[in-house]
Design a binder for this molecule. Structure first.
Ligand code: PLP
Length: 309
């Protein structure tokens, strides 16, 4: 973690950024967050990917949970300005992730969300993907995904990540790399912190947005642009677990996962057990886009500073 962090309304040293033990953020996990990448471009510039979309998802997460004080104090422009200051202040020379969190810092407020004060924190850390670019093996979780009418996965709310922790730890304990969450009807949702795509007969298929999943920004990137750029069609629909077993290819998408090939599920090899050719094409296009190598998609990138030191 880099030492200069944004907390409240200014940049301070990480050790001085403190939340009260009586805050709703600590007591109830009442915080919402997003994580976005800042990559070093071909000319050494620092590039934030789809920053506006991340800001909007943060605002929407706060809105769903009823944290109404955040949107009052911020605009996209003021948010982007602070991201820029944070990146410059830390003199980033490598690809990093920025985690931006809105914490409800009101103390002993009880189990409610509206009308409470909140504080924005942002910190930077080196981008170490959570899933290997060479491929991962997954286990169907014994834990079901929290449904939209319990804690909505669409909102990136900290407390809900206990669900992800349970499922990921269960997978790790069993010798797998990550989990696949199913909903209560047995349909596929996502991984612990990434979305999932399968390839069947040259078509990409991914669970639709009513499948109790986070509406991932990289998921949307693949659906709306990358697949089409490469000439592939995408279908969003309900997905059965056994469809994954017989898919030609599977991959995960996410900020902390990038595009990761899925080589096996529940002890079964996917395809020939190697990263699929369509997965590899999406993976390299995704990486090129994030590093500013695809002119067509420069609109997704915000240059935070011209050159690394
Ligand atoms: C549960 C979950 N699903 C999917 C994703 C992928 O979302 P994105 O592509 O916006 O990073 C994440 C990312 O953190 C996540 O936590």
């Amino acid at each position: 973690m880099y030492q200069s962090v944004f907390f409240g309304n200014k940049l301070i040293n990480a050790k001085d950024a403190k939340l009260s033990i009586a805050s709703s953020a600590v007591l109830y996990g009442l915080s919402v967050y997003t994580v976005f990448p800042v990559c070093i471009g071909t000319n050494g510039e620092r590039l934030a990917f789809r920053l506006r979309d991340h800001y909007e998802r943060l605002v929407n997460s706060a809105k769903i949970i009823g944290i109404d004080s955040f949107a009052l104090g911020w605009t996209y422009e003021s948010f982007a300005h602070q991201v820029q200051a944070l990146i410059v202040s830390n003199q980033i020379t490598t690809n990093v992730y920025v985690r931006a969190t809105v914490h409800v810092d009101a103390e002993i407020a009880g189990t409610r969300s509206r009308g409470l004060s909140s504080i924005l924190s942002m910190f930077v850390y080196d981008a170490q993907p959570i899933l290997s670019a060479e491929g991962v093996r997954l286990k169907t979780s014994v834990w079901r995904r929290i449904p939209d009418n319990s804690i909505p996965s669409r909102a990136k709310v900290n407390g809900a990540y206990v669900n992800s922790v349970l499922a990921k730890q269960d997978a790790l304990d069993s010798g797998y790399d990550d989990c696949i969450f199913l909903d209560n009807a047995g349909h596929v949702c996502e991984l612990s912190a990434a979305n999932i795509f399968m390839v069947r007969d040259g078509v990409l298929i991914t669970p639709d947005t009513t499948s109790d999943l986070l509406e991932g920004i990289n998921r949307r990137t693949v659906i709306e642009e990358l697949a089409g750029d490469l000439g592939y069609k995408v279908i969003e629909r309900t997905v059965d677990l056994t469809e994954l077993y017989i898919a030609d290819e599977l991959f995960a998408s996410g900020t902390s996962a990038n595009i990761a090939p899925i080589l096996g599920v529940d002890g079964r090899s996917i395809g020939d057990g190697l990263p699929g050719s369509i997965t590899r094409k999406i993976q390299s296009l995704h990486s090129e886009v994030l590093h500013g190598k695809v002119k067509k998609h420069h609109g997704w990138l915000m240059t935070l500073s011209a050159q690394t030191k």
